[in-house]
Design a binder for this molecule. Structure first.
Ligand SMILES: Cc1cc2nc3c(=O)[nH]c(=O)nc-3n(C[C@H](O)[C@H](O)[C@H](O)COP(=O)(O)OP(=O)(O)OC[C@H]3O[C@@H](n4cnc5c(N)ncnc54)[C@H](O)[C@@H]3O)c2cc1C
Length: 464
């Protein structure tokens, strides 16, 4: 780590200065850069990969159709190579495959590298500079604050200085994990249980079309999904499990043994990890902000992170623009505190509550989940649609009474065990407490320490 360097010192070949500097030209860093560049600020985005390689780790991805308008990103045109298809709804299936619930929720199937290339173009047109083949090496500190980075480009060392330096380097969180303890930020690297290991099999059907699953399909018990691919004769059969790729492969094997599924051949396989843990309690530090996978902002129920991160990026772009305009020098944690408050009180609270709930749901057996599907409890069209669209369930008093009635009936008929019910109710209670705590995120950094201590206690309860 380079400490308290005077401008131009330290042996670097060149020093450049920006209002904001972003490490990582993925969907989070590029979207943030686009939003800030539109406001007239000077912003540079560096990525270790060369242009054609950026975003190559994924071929096809899925994006909720309603999010284009929500985040001001134009939809791809019908003839754009970037767009594969648009579907109006998806389905969730019970473990036996006998019951399916419709999620009335449209989504776009798109080519990830082409979509990212379009985002790069938008950011550059707005004035952002994208520096490809430029790898972050170490943070530059000045007076205990982050003042930029030292990076390597084409075998040469460069110093890049900025009033704000953003980590959007994905799950590696290259910058956040190399910050000094004195900044008081969480520098953890996600361990195996903090990651969803995702395996995607691009498959070709062997039988006629009528028998294939169409659109977006999810089997929640195994966390297996079957989504559209390039043509009607193909699909993406995927699975995501915490812990290891072996866990993911095993879940897929179990699924294929126990669930009716049409025969297929595998065309190619993709693998990757996505964060599956709570974000750092503060996203901002002196001169520092983290976004996207580097900040563990993914939907807890699917691991998807593109538009989940844009919620935070939008808030951050507004607050950073305000702070850059109203002062001089490196932005402080206090200058950016409203990013924490606005994010954690809304989407952050919903995601935290859902994440805490998942541990209770993990103990449910196949028979018990089948019962929930049959009786329309949690796994019903309205709730599945609401989770995808609003990231929360809102049970009316009548709805809660109905669920309680069916759960009591499940116990009586032995369709549901007392142990699973206790686990489910316990996780619901702690998840509500966690969500409530996040909704009360402190408005001021002075209230952070007691809030953080209670949050730690609640998360310990959730994982016990
Ligand atoms: C198999 C799989 C399928 C997925 N499918 C979907 C989906 O369908 N829909 C969805 O919403 N989400 C999906 N996700 C999740 C989604 O891909 C991520 O949440 C999202 O791409 C994160 O964006 P990001 O910008 O934070 O990080 P990234 O996209 O990982 O971008 C980080 C960038 O930082 C660069 N970088 C890293 N280290 C350095 C360094 N030292 N110096 C300079 N640059 C560096 C990298 O080269 C990279 O370009 C999927 C994830 C996986 C693994």
């Amino acid at each position: 780590m380079a400490e308290d360097l005077a401008a131009g010192a330290g042996g670097a070949d060149a020093t450049e200065r920006y209002d904001a500097l972003v490490v990582g030209a993925g969907t989070a860093g590029t979207y943030f850069a686009w939003r800030l560049a539109r406001e007239g600020f000077s912003i540079a985005v560096l990525d270790k990969d060369k242009r054609p390689e950026i975003g190559r780790r994924l071929d096809i991805f899925h994006l909720d159709s309603i999010r284009f308008a929500e985040f001001g990103v134009p939809e791809p045109g019908p003839d754009d190579e970037e767009l594969v298809a648009v579907h109006a709804c998806g389905k969730a299936h019970s473990p036996t495959g006998k019951v399916a619930k419709l999620a009335e929720y449209g989504f776009h199937v798109m080519r990830f590298p082409l979509f990212l290339r379009r985002l790069h173009g938008m950011a550059e047109e707005a004035g952002a500079r994208i520096m490809d083949g430029c790898a972050f090496r170490e943070p530059l500190m000045k007076g205990g604050k982050l003042a930029g980075v030292r990076a390597e480009r084409g075998g040469r060392e460069v110093e890049l200085r900025a009033r704000l330096t953003v980590d959007a380097s994905g799950v590696a969180a290259a910058l956040r994990t190399s910050l000094p303890d004195s900044m008081g930020l969480e520098t953890f690297r996600p361990g195996p249980d903090d990651l969803l290991y995702v395996v995607l099999r691009y498959i070709r059907w062997k039988e006629p079309r009528a028998l294939h699953p169409h659109g977006l399909n999810l089997w929640p018990l195994h966390k297996v999904f079957c989504n559209p691919s390039f043509s009607e004769d193909e699909a993406i059969l995927g699975v995501g499990q915490p812990g290891s790729y072996e866990n993911a492969e095993e879940a897929l094997r179990d699924f294929l043994q126990g669930t009716p599924f049409p025969p297929f051949e595998v065309v190619k396989t993709e693998k990757g990890v996505t964060p599956y843990r709570r974000p750092p309690f503060s996203l901002a530090g002196d001169g520092f902000l983290c976004l996207g996978d580097a900040a563990c902002i993914t939907k807890p129920f699917s691991g998807e992170g593109v538009t989940a991160a844009w919620t935070l990026c939008s808030i951050a772009a507004e607050e950073v623009a305000r702070a850059l305009r109203s002062g001089e020098g490196v932005l402080s944690r206090r200058d950016m505190w409203d990013i924490n408050t606005r994010y954690f009180r809304e989407q952050g609270a919903k995601f935290a509550g859902m994440l805490a709930q998942l541990s209770g749901a993990a103990g449910i057996s196949a028979e018990e989940m089948e019962y929930l599907f049959e009786k329309d409890i949690i796994f019903n069209s309205r709730d599945i649609t609401a989770v995808n669209r609003d990231y929360e369930l809102r049970l009316s008093p009548w709805g809660s009474a109905r669920v309680a009635g069916w759960m009591a009936w499940g116990l009586f008929t032995r369709s549901f065990s007392a142990k699973s019910l206790r686990g489910l109710l316990g996780s619901l209670a702690v998840s509500e407490r966690i969500a409530r705590h996040y909704r009360a995120y402190p408005a001021d950094p002075d209230g952070f320490e007691p809030w953080r201590e209670r949050a730690l206690r609640l998360w310990r309860t959730a994982s016990s």
